[in-house]
Ligand binder design. Structure first.
Ligand SMILES: [Zn+2]
Length: 87
């Protein structure tokens, strides 16, 4: 199997182009395991709520920035299905 980032990039390119993806059973198993662990992670909003010492009513800029760094490093749960905008 190619590496994870190549696989993810290929899936995203196809999705953005409005095309589906066919996976081998081994790759589908791997993707399924990854999705199972992804759904166990907190969302960006969950992370903001935990790290904000001021308990801001709406996510404040510094806490959102820190949460974005954490999400980029460790991943996060996606709140809603990604619907890429065409173009
Ligand atoms: Zn805050």
């Amino acid at each position: 199997m190619q590496n994870e980032k190549d696989l993810a990039a290929r899936i995203l390119v196809n999705a953005r182009a409005g095309r589906g993806v066919r996976l081998t059973p081994d790759t589908a198993y791997f993707v399924g395991l990854k999705l199972m662990t992804a759904s166990e992670k907190p969302t960006l909003a969950d992370i903001v709520a935990v790290i904000c010492d001021s308990k801001c009513e709406r996510p404040c800029y510094p806490c959102t920035g820190k949460a974005n760094v954490i999400c980029r490093a460790y991943g996060h749960s996606v709140d809603a299905p990604l619907r890429p905008e065409p173009g």
